[in-house]
Design a protein around this ligand. Structure first.
Ligand SMILES: Nc1nc2c(c(=O)[nH]1)N[C@H]1C(S)=C(S)[C@@H](COP(=O)(O)O)O[C@H]1N2
Ligand SMILES: [Mo]
Length: 417
């Protein structure tokens, strides 16, 4: 008898008394809300990249209709991307225990025989392949990107982007099929009534359950505890004072040290191949081009232009962010005016000294250029920019993803060529 139960395809193989419709329904409803938020904040992150601008921002091949995007990413409130991307990454990481527990609770279904009972059943199972595969893929690529600093350089972005659409389409189909049942189960659970399948199945979906070693409530508490632990060791990435608590989601890069430039550094000058010889007073010039022609400015000449301050954070796509730093420099719209774009500045292509790497250039939209807080920063927190934060000059734009805040700027080209 026992021998015939050894195969995962026989229902008796799965004997945990915890697996049951209630357990699955509670986790499913948590994921329903959580994954919608992660998907929406992910789409917002896509919009924040200015994907329709110069090909330097979005290199997703053949994105076609999926590359739709509905609005210009705003510059207010200035912490917008810090919030949306912090939620995207922190919530995504927090949901991992829930996702794994949910998969665990329904894993016997994957081994059901016969594999396909009808066309409808076959389609449902196919959607499960996309759902489970897509979900694992999105969570895995997301975590690897956050943890390992672009394990798939350049290709993370389209992989995670396409994966998100496949996963979310399957997720919606699955939710449409299952949410009514899940809601009914949870309502009955709260009213103390038996779940679908009758009183005999109330406790477990296993036909021959083992004796319980933990209550269902205890198991849900265990999952919630796992999520809480991940949350507590991740959320600090978004706050300067708490960064030390972000044990599970550290960010590599250099130790920023203390002082005015003592905040999170993504890529160091050394990593980006920026040599001191290229940024010195003799060698570095900023080339600004617009419809009125080209000007070349030394750092001393830039210092002579009207300087303004703005308190803005750096908020990386990886989910970490800094508090507001006080940047000081020349307004982008003033630089546009220097080369013939008075009053109504256009988009700008920003290029750095860097000769390789994905983030060496970025395009900013006209609404970003026009914002009086958008600067070519020369100083931060009262000190000269450090080499790692982009000396001699870097971009800082309110509410924009960190990746658009180009460091070691060498060239600004206003207007579409
Ligand atoms: N030239 C250049 N600029 C760059 C990058 C880069 O790799 N090269 N990284 C970008 C990214 S992804 C982020 S999050 C911010 C980080 O700025 P920080 O290192 O000053 O915190 O810089 C941006 N500017
Ligand atoms: Mo970033």
């Amino acid at each position: 008898m026992r021998d015939s139960l050894r195969l995962p395809t026989s229902p008796g193989f799965w004997r945990s008394p915890l697996r049951g419709t209630r357990f699955t329904s509670v986790l499913g409803l948590v994921l329903l809300v959580g994954i919608v938020v992660v998907f929406v904040t992910g789409l917002l992150s896509y919009a924040a990249y200015n994907p329709d601008l110069a090909a330097v921002n979005d290199k997703t091949p053949g994105k076609g209709l999926l590359g739709f995007y509905l609005f210009s990413w705003p510059t207010d409130p200035h912490w917008l991307y810090r919030l949306t991307q912090g939620v995207h990454v922190t919530l995504g990481i927090t949901l991992i225990p829930v996702l794994l527990a949910k998969l665990w609770s329904v894993v016997p279904k994957l081994f059901e025989l016969p594999p396909v009972r009808s066309v409808a059943h076959g389609l449902e199972r196919l959607s499960l392949v996309l759902l489970v595969g897509g979900g694992l893929f999105e969570f895995t690529t997301g975590v690897l990107n956050v943890q390992l600093d672009y394990l798939f350089p350049g290709s993370f972005y389209p992989l995670h982007f396409y994966g998100a659409w496949v996963f979310f389409a399957a997720f919606l189909a699955h939710a449409a099929l299952k949410v009514p049942t899940a809601l009914r189960n949870v309502r009955r659970m709260r009213a103390g009534e038996p779940v679908d399948g009758g009183p005999a199945r109330e406790e477990s979906t296993a036909p021959t359950p083992d004796p319980p070693t933990v209550s269902r409530r205890g198991a849900l508490g265990f999952v919630a505890g796992g999520s809480l632990l991940l949350f507590a060791t991740t959320a600090g990435r978004s706050f300067d004072g708490l960064r030390g608590t972000a044990l599970l989601a550290p960010h590599g890069g250099a130790d920023p040290g203390s002082g005015p430039n003592g905040f999170q550094i993504n890529k160091t000058a050394a990593y980006a191949g920026i040599r001191a010889a290229d940024t010195g007073a003799d060698s570095w010039r900023l080339t600004v081009t617009g419809r009125g022609g080209t000007v070349r400015l030394s750092r001393a000449e830039l210092d002579g232009l009207a300087r303004h301050s703005a308190d803005l954070p750096i908020a990386c796509v990886e989910g970490w962010s800094t508090s507001d730093q006080r940047w000081r420099g020349v307004r982008l719209r003033d630089l546009a005016a220097l080369v013939g774009h008075d009053g109504d500045p256009p988009d700008v292509l920003v290029e750095s000294l860097q000769t390789h790497g994905a983030f060496r250039h970025a395009a900013l939209r006209a609404n970003q250029v026009a914002d009086p807080r958008s600067l070519l920063a020369l100083y931060v927190n009262g000190a000269r920019l450090s080499p790692d934060h982009g000396y001699p000059a870097r971009i800082i734009v309110p509410a924009a993803p960190g990746v658009l805040n180009t460091k070691w700027v060498a060239r600004l080209t206003f207007g579409r060529p």
